[in-house]
Design a protein around this ligand. Structure first.
Ligand SMILES: *Cc1c(COP(=O)(O)O)cnc(C)c1O
Length: 396
């Protein structure tokens, strides 16, 4: 059993970290300083979609590092253009703005909502988001994030009205011609892998169209194949006005993106928004390598099949679960107890899983996981669970 590691005295104390130091990865496996292997069922919060040290991503990054890393957005560069074109083809949203993270993508979307209102004489001061939402930690995205413990220490924040997630009729009552934008995650990731009822997103789309509000889909967690489609909105045939991406897009290299309808993109004139690093050569090379792998019907079908396989097996391992839910390889096991001891026991048994809000155990393994690796992940979780049960029984 790994000993609790002393925290580094030179790091800010804002993270409650697991007592492990990973130093190397290969495929779905992570290795710590002692060389112990862990099956990665979390992918660094749904980021490492190609797993670790994927040859195509390694090659793209290495070659780009040896060619040109960065020039800034003062200049054109062909990789950013190629990535924007590829994302446009995949999403049906013709224009892209690149940034470095999920919160920055939502921050940009928030500024687009302000511009949308401004273009209409400032007649749309309202913003809507969902209860249980998570959109990031910068002040604007935090205003859209519902969780009181994240928001309250930083008040005052820009005004946002929250509606219950998954309840289209509640949205119908809340929305009006003074709403600039509705921010919604197709599945709430941090919020507990909460899946809305079928038809919800399509109805949100209708309501936004009817009231002239922008539909901003925050696919920072659900995008790039995570749910078994390139974008989770596709499950309902919905095209948002603005689509936010980050996490999986660079496969571990930081990059975020905001994809936009032409009419929305037209609001964003030169100088109105920008970033130094956003979409630099290294990040774009990584994202292009990721898309070359993920934009593959066979891989996406495997993500769906392996998701079902995991959910079926997890329901057997955790018969006490209130729900085993999710889509593709974004999976939540809602437990009637805090999953933290189970996550710690998982590390002891060589498996990495994570939490989500509402006593949810969250799995988001690399998209390249095989069926055999799914079974191994479950076997290790079952062993962790058994050890925990045994320890509890011994303690009386
Ligand atoms: C993780 C996440 C964010 C924030 O992304 P960062 O890169 O941590 O800023 C925003 N929205 C959703 C849905 C997320 O899952």
């Amino acid at each position: 059993m790994p000993q609790p590691l002393p925290p580094c005295p030179h790091l800010a104390q804002n993270y409650a970290r697991q007592p492990v130091r990973f130093v190397r990865g290969q495929g779905v496996w992570l290795y710590d300083e002692q060389g112990r292997a862990y099956l990665d069922g979390f992918a660094g919060v749904a980021v490492s979609c190609l797993g670790h040290a994927h040859p195509a991503l390694v090659r793209a990054i290495s070659e780009q590092a040896a060619t040109l890393l960065h020039t800034s957005n003062h200049y054109h560069h062909p990789l950013q253009e190629r990535l924007a074109e590829r994302l446009a083809r995949l999403s049906g949203l013709p224009r892209a703005f690149f940034c470095n993270s999920g919160t920055e993508a939502n921050e940009a979307a928030l500024k687009l909502a302000r511009l949308w209102s401004r273009a209409q004489g400032g007649s749309r001061p309202r913003l809507l988001a969902c209860e249980g939402s998570f959109h990031g930690r910068t002040l604007g995205s935090l205003a859209l994030t519902h969780t009181p413990k994240y928001r309250e220490p930083f008040a005052p924040l820009p005004a946002v009205d929250f509606v219950p997630f998954g309840d289209a009729e509640a949205l119908a009552r809340a929305i009006d011609a003074r709403v600039a934008a509705v921010f919604v995650e197709p599945i709430q990731g941090e919020g507990g892998v909460r899946v809305p009822p079928p038809g919800y997103l399509a109805r949100v789309r209708e309501l936004c169209t009817q009231h002239g509000a922008l539909l901003v889909a925050d696919e920072v967690q659900t995008g790039i194949g995570r749910t078994g489609r390139m974008f989770a909105c596709e499950h309902e045939g919905v095209r948002p006005d603005v689509l936010c991406l980050a996490k999986g897009l660079g496969g571990g290299v930081p990059i975020g993106a905001v994809l936009m309808q032409e009419e929305v993109a037209a609001l964003l004139g030169p100088g109105l928004h920008g970033t130094t690093f956003g979409g630099n050569q290294l990040a774009c090379a990584a994202a292009l390598a990721v898309l070359a792998v993920v934009d593959d019907p066979a891989l996406l079908a495997a993500v769906r099949a392996h998701g079902e396989r995991l959910r079926r097996r997890l329901a057997e391992i955790f018969p006490e679960a209130l729900a085993v839910r999710g889509q593709g390889l974004l999976i939540g096991v809602q437990l009637p107890y805090d999953p933290a001891p189970l996550i710690a026991a998982g590390l002891d048994h060589g498996v990495v899983v994570g939490p989500a809000a509402g006593q949810v155990l969250r799995l988001a393994p690399p998209l390249i996981i095989s069926a055999a690796e799914c079974d191994e992940l479950c076997a290790r979780l079952a062993a962790a669970r058994a050890a925990l049960d045994g320890a509890r029984a011994a303690a009386g």
